[in-house]
Design a protein around this ligand. Sequence first.
Ligand SMILES: CC(C)(COP(=O)(O)OP(=O)(O)OC[C@H]1O[C@@H](n2cnc3c(N)ncnc32)[C@H](O)[C@@H]1OP(=O)(O)O)[C@@H](O)C(=O)NCCC(=O)NCCS
Length: 266
Amino acid sequence: MIARIPHIAAYVYRRKYKQGKALQPDGLLDWAGNFAHMLGYDDDQFKELMRLYMVIHADHEGGNVSAHTTHLVGSALSDPYLSYAAGMNGLAGPLHGLANQEVIKWIFEMQEELQTKEPTAEQIKGYVEKTLAEGKVVPGYGHAVLRKTDPRFTAQMDFGKKHMSDDPLVNTVWRIYETVPPILQSLGKVKNPWPNVDAHSGALLVHYGMVEYEYYTVLFAVSRALGVLSSLCWDRALSMPLERPKSVTTAAVKRWLNKEVQNLGD
Ligand SMILES: CC(C)(COP(=O)(O)OP(=O)(O)OC[C@H]1O[C@@H](n2cnc3c(N)ncnc32)[C@H](O)[C@@H]1OP(=O)(O)O)[C@@H](O)C(=O)NCCC(=O)NCCS
């Protein structure tokens, strides 16, 4: 399945955006390089970007929505295709994998509203405050577990510094990085004001001409196949049981709150 996914995803891209002109795989290339090739990007730097992208989006611990959903559905012995599809439906949520699309959309809307491709720190600050005042989250910032700049953000920033340090959009991403954390910190409720993996990826893709941002979460999904499907192999190898969160009644909660029982549900 991991071998097939890039071919299918590239076919979808070519069909939707490139007049249906599908490209055949190049058997001499590696997995990620071949994916870049089938998408229609034969630039060596884009292949290098895909290698980085595919590694850093694969997985990181099993608790995130897509990894956990794949594990949950797989625990019912649903086949890997169904388990992966379920996980990817979770990846499609804006608080999870869709954030990579939300980020670039948010930046494009900011450029449009401010009528500039290179907003200053002051202009970005104003736009962030407007986003928050509208009750929205700042996409690409915050994390359920991490409490510092996501190392996957830093890896992409290093790639940007190496290959495109004068790109205006990439520079905007870096200026947002200087501007957003103190603002989120000042709210006093955000546990992690630092950028996550999704804050950077879109700007690198745009640099190489991949501007179809509604496809970005598909790229994320191709990479995530590596992580969630290898975990599913381990689930089978270790005979992991069917997963089922415990349900408790209100009466049971009351007994636990009154300290009549030690464990909730006893
Ligand atoms: C990733 C995310 C869902 C984690 O959620 P979480 O674990 O509940 O985060 P926190 O515990 O820090 O949330 C506490 C509060 O801060 C807010 N907050 C967290 N990140 C925020 C952000 N980037 N912008 C604005 N507010 C944010 C939450 O909405 C919550 O507010 P509430 O109490 O009024 O509901 C959250 O940070 C977020 O929505 N980020 C933006 C979307 C994103 O980039 N997702 C990709 C994650 S890899």
